[in-house]
Design a protein around this ligand. Sequence first.
Ligand code: NAD
Ligand code: MG
Length: 392
Amino acid sequence: MTQPTKKNIAILGSTGSIGKQALDIVKANPDKLQVEVLSAENNADLLIQQAIEFSPNAVVIGNEEKYLYVKEALLTHDIKVYTGADALCQVVQMDSIHMVLAAIVGFAGLRSTLAAIEAGKQIALANKETLVVAGALVTEAAKAKGVNIYPVDSEHSAIFQCLAGEFHNKIEKIILTASGGPFRGKDAAFLKTVKKETALKHPNWSMGAKITIDSATLMNKGLEIIEAAWLFALKAEQIEVVIHPQSIIHSLVQFEDGSIKAQLGLPDMKLPIQYALFYPNRVHSSFKRFDFASYPSLTFEKPDFTVFPAIQLAFDAMKKGGNLPCILNAANEVAVHAFLKDEIGFTDIPAIVEKCMDKGTFTAKPTLSDYMESDKETRALASEFCKSKISA
Ligand code: NAD
Ligand code: MG
């Protein structure tokens, strides 16, 4: 069988930070990639603009109120327009799609990613919440369908790159690096005073609002611990976090002989996105190159689990398992949203997550509908805690 000359990709969440960078990669590789599907929740204007530029087979606008607007704008183009979460789950199963880039933010990305896996599509996974919430379900489905999940998250891409040629060798542990976010070195009293404007200023990465706040609370690293456990079949004891403020070493793997491999580069998400889209090939890029002389010192610190309790919460959720990571994720999504609306303080975020983990209904072996139910229940619970601003 001859290989298709172009890989047809669906980009779910194409108007977001990851989605837009993925389209830059498509633009730089028009002979290798073809966009089949684009999707967005609300940003109809950008979705229309992207559709006109990249001529996909179909677009999906999540928000049903914007359907007619998008449909009319694309009337003279040969592009199908759909709306709603159910439509997205059907569209990702189209025969012509080879790979789905899951770049929706949050729990909202779970169903479409699962639908793509069910249809046997290869997955480039940015939407870490999918694995945090339902890692067992997602990895089992992927195994059953012979689907590979290629990590897009920079740390997981780093680990994946370190594992090239090492798949038969046992991992002793992995070391996830974290920049430490904008409040590295600050104390608990300072964190109580933090406002969204400063929390949204990440020192090294430009990303969507939710992950930027997660990076400031270090919940992002907590979510990444759980993501790594599922991607690389690791136990909690095999995962370590180190603060590395320069974000040059993207993560490391230590093997049984004590040898450590690391992947380095300037902080630029285009590299891990491109690696996932073209795996196992590396294609030429014009991304800025790292230069050792410009970084005479790469430094490392231990994370402070007391000032930043989110990492410990994630370890606890992961160790107990069941739907606890789903509860952690839903509570965090609600709390981050409330913080972005100035409804709660910065330190309320992990406090609300912890409360929900204490009070939520535990299910040891959840099904998809259990996860849906648990997400819903936790959102209601977390909203109540937000109203009472529990740590104020
Ligand atoms: P973003 O907020 O910039 O974009 C999110 C995208 O998802 C948008 O296109 C939006 O329209 C879509 N979306 C939002 N809610 C939706 C819903 N309910 N239904 C359907 N679509 C919806 O987010 P981002 O920073 O691009 O992050 C996307 C995912 O990638 C997240 O899971 C994040 O953790 C992960 N990630 C991002 C980065 C980064 O550098 N931005 C790095 C690593 C991992
Ligand atoms: Mg990351």
